[in-house]
Design a protein around this ligand. Structure first.
Ligand code: 3H9
Length: 703
């Protein structure tokens, strides 16, 4: 018998067990049809005396991917998910959740509404709502602590991390882990056992894991203190702690009401909107037009030229994806250093207990090195990460042109250079593309895929496929000096320099930017990256710089003294004895004062608010230029770049989303006001002007 309650939920009888299958591609999100269908299916099961137990499972690759994120911000449609979970829990016959793939957020909450849970070994469970600016709002904050205790529940909800089936079983989140990959068999088997043993419904809301009140209160207090320290402006984490406090203090129904109230506060916060924007933008950015129009080439092996910090980081990213790497260096010594740079990463992981020494050996077995380009004759893709100099890069590409097999993808990791020019220097420009990794390349999520004029579409599609394999967040960028990220960075970096010369200290600017939500301010970043890097770029650009443009010389004064930042123990800050957190340096302030005098500037004071307004206006304006000139396909690509490569606070969605929340007329008015002091620097982007004239926002260009 097959009775479809809604198209998204189907019920099938297997003897006396009713199997309720949720089928809502792509991830079985709990949209209104699913909620309605689930409710009807449970009611039907309860009403049917022939049904002795119910199995809930998901069709396709997942159990349930959570609430339908696209419904947030729209008028709610009944039934609400908490009511569905309550109804499942109230069922008078045992309900088994049979979990495979993802059981996340509301999906796990449905499983917690069920009376018993079995998971396949490959299942992924979690309460990732915090990553969307939310808290588990379908009973998760009340049921999870009652099932696995407050400490473990808080850790899951505050980190948002996914856990495997084994860990879930250890925590008590699932009752058992089933062998094999047949989720229906696992669910049916468990349900039949329950029926045979006469098991009754076992309700999570009645779970006793909070019985030790003192220990629970201690866990909540510890989580609150830790969260207050770490949440860095995030709204929902403390609300999660409040909700768990409610689980301890209140009867279940009142706890649910508190959860609802806190959930709605989170739902209505701009942070939720920013984080949901980031979620969809990341996925949208990965869908460049070429990924639809062309088939990627197969990539089974990768060559890397250069074993410095960047080359080694890329090698680790590629090795971690399970691919073999052949590294090329100019001589044995450099190659040994390159290999050591790679090994150092894994040794660090071993020291932290994250991997076993055997795992490192298995990974390093995929690593080969050579001092001859001929070793690359069979690789499918090469990434060059040598010195940032056109002649050096062209020499590398000439060698690649000579040795690589036809169809091999030839990628450069340049961060500024003209890739069209690199491509034009060899016989196969159609195979040349930019893969701009960010340091440390094995950790930073962003990958700018830079698309030169002559590259073929399947090479672009291959780059996006590789990004997926490397678990990178990919953004398509066009060729220009600095692509999306570094080009925009140069402009807001200059704005920060100007603010400093006009009167704010680098320490105030850093603090204002941190208070906005960045992990570090621009002068801290410069000290971390090394001031010499920016210095080299400035020297390179000196010849082409507009002589009328404002040029702040303070950074050059520091570099001339050899003050490059952390690696030289001083930059904008002092780093005594290898300290990683710097302290303000009065000598730097004196240098800044001297430079102001030299430039004839009478310093004035800035509020933190004005600093942020100028910094962001510069970023947004250049972001608009980058979209206007089609270097970025859409504003969302700029957002993803800055969230994943430059520390822009994710909860603000990215600079372009943030601009929409402030209002584009306000941003434009700011720029016009700043232009009165420096019209050359503050030129409103034509795109910004156009959108304001039309009463549109950046989001309108994301569709
Ligand atoms: C929540 O549950 C709140 C409740 O506590 C309370 C409610 C009252 N909704 O990632 P993929 C789309 S909050 C709508 O590439 P994968 C996604 O946009 C929610 N759409 O696949 C993409 O669309 P498109 C808590 C969703 O296999 C497509 O599905 N849940 C949702 O790499 C494929 O996605 C989460 O935070 C959704 N919930 O990974 C889980 N999820 O094809 C969020 C995905 O148009 N989701 N889409 O680009 C994930 O983590 C991953 O998608 C998942 C699959 C692991 C499930």
């Amino acid at each position: 018998m097959n009775t479809a309650a809604t198209a998204a939920v189907a019920s099938t009888r297997h003897d006396d067990i009713l199997v309720v299958t949720i089928d809502n591609p792509p991830v079985n999100a709990l949209g209104v049809d699913v909620r309605r269908g689930l409710l009807e299916a449970i009611e039907a099961a309860d009403a049917d005396p022939a049904v002795k137990a119910v199995v809930l499972l998901g069709a396709g690759r997942n159990f349930l991917g959570g609430a339908d994120i696209r419904e947030f911000g729209k008028p709610p449609q009944p039934p609400a998910l908490p009511d569905v979970c309550n109804r499942i829990e109230a069922a008078t016959k045992p309900v088994v959740a049979a979990i495979h793939g993802a059981a996340l957020g509301g999906g796990l909450e449905v499983a917690l509404g069920a009376h018993y849970r079995v998971a396949l070994g490959s299942a992924k469970l979690g309460l990732p709502e915090v990553l969307l600016g939310l808290l588990p709002g379908a009973g998760g904050t009340q049921r999870t602590p009652r099932l696995i205790g407050a400490q473990a529940a808080l850790e899951l909800m505050l980190s948002g991390r996914h856990i495997g089936a084994k860990e879930a079983a250890k925590l008590g989140l699932v009752d058992r882990v089933a062998e094999g990959d047949d989720v229906l068999a696992a669910g049916l088997g468990y349900a039949r056992e329950l029926v045979a043993s006469g098991a009754a419904p076992r309700r999570t809301s009645e779970g006793g894991a909070l019985a030790d009140r003192a220990a629970t209160q201690t866990a909540i207090d510890a989580a609150r203190a830790e969260t207050a320290k770490k949440a860095r402006g995030l709204f929902s984490p403390l609300k999660i702690v409040d909700a768990v406090q409610g689980a301890l203090d209140l009867p279940f129904a009142e706890g649910l009401a508190l959860e609802r109230k806190l959930f709605i506060e989170c739902l209505e916060s701009p942070q939720r909107a920013g984080l949901v924007h980031a979620f969809f933008a990341e996925r949208e950015a990965a869908k460049a037009p070429e990924t639809r129009s062309a088939q990627p080439r197969a990539i089974a092996s990768v060559g890397i030229i250069g074993g410095g910090t960047m080359g080694a980081g890329i090698a680790v990213a590629v090795l971690d994806a399970g691919l073999p790497v052949t590294m090329i260096e100019r001589d044995d010594e450099a190659l040994a250093r390159g290999r050591a740079n790679v090994e150092k990463v894994y040794d660090g992981l071993i020291a932290k207990g994250r991997i076993k020494p055997e795992a490192k050996d298995a990974i390093m077995a995929r690593f080969n090195g050579s001092t001859s380009y001929d070793a690359l004759s069979q690789v499918d893709l090469v990434i060059e990460a040598v010195f940032e100099d056109m002649a050096v890069k062209q020499a590398v590409f000439k060698e690649l042109d000579r040795v690589c097999k036809p169809g091999a993808v030839l990628a450069t990791n340049t961060s500024y250079l003209d890739i069209d020019q690199i491509a034009a220097s060899i016989s196969r420009p159609q195979d040349v593309i930019g893969l701009h990794f960010f340091s440390p390349a094995n950790i930073m999520k962003l990958l700018e895929i830079v698309v030169p004029a002559k590259v073929s579409a399947d090479v672009v599609a291959t780059a996006f496929e590789l990004a997926k394999k490397l678990k990178k967040t990919a953004v398509r960028a066009g060729v220009c000096d600095g692509f999306i990220g570094n080009r925009v960075l140069a402009v807001y970096g200059a704005a920060a320099q100007a603010i400093m010369e006009d009167g704010a200290s680098p320490y105030q600017i850093d603090k204002a930017v941190r208070d906005f939500g960045y992990p570090m301010g621009p002068f801290q970043v410069s000290d971390l990256a090394g001031g010499d890097i920016g210095w080299a770029t400035r020297k390179r650009r000196a010849a082409t710089r507009d002589p009328n443009a404002r040029y702040v010389q303070i950074p050059d004064r520091l570099c001339e003294r050899g003050w490059f930042g952390q690696k030289t123990a001083r930059g904008y800050y002092l780093y005594p004895e290898g300290a990683r957190v710097g302290t303000p340096d009065p000598e730097v302030e004196a240098i800044i004062d001297a430079e102001r005098q030299r430039a004839g500037i009478t310093p004035r004071s800035f509020t933190d608010e004005e600093i942020v307004r100028r910094y962001l206006a510069a970023m947004i304006n250049e972001g608009a230029n980058v979209v206007h000139q089609k270097i970025a396909l859409r504003p969302l690509d700029v957002d993803v770049t800055f969230v994943h490569g430059y520390g822009f606070p994710r909860y603000r969605g990215g600079p372009m989303h943030y601009a929409d929340t402030v209002g584009l007329p306000k941003i434009l008015a700011d720029i016009q006001e700043f232009a009165k002091e420096d019209p050359l620097f503050w030129k409103p982007s034509p795109l910004l002007v156009d959108l304001v004239e039309r009463g549109e926002n950046f989001a309108s260009l994301n569709k």
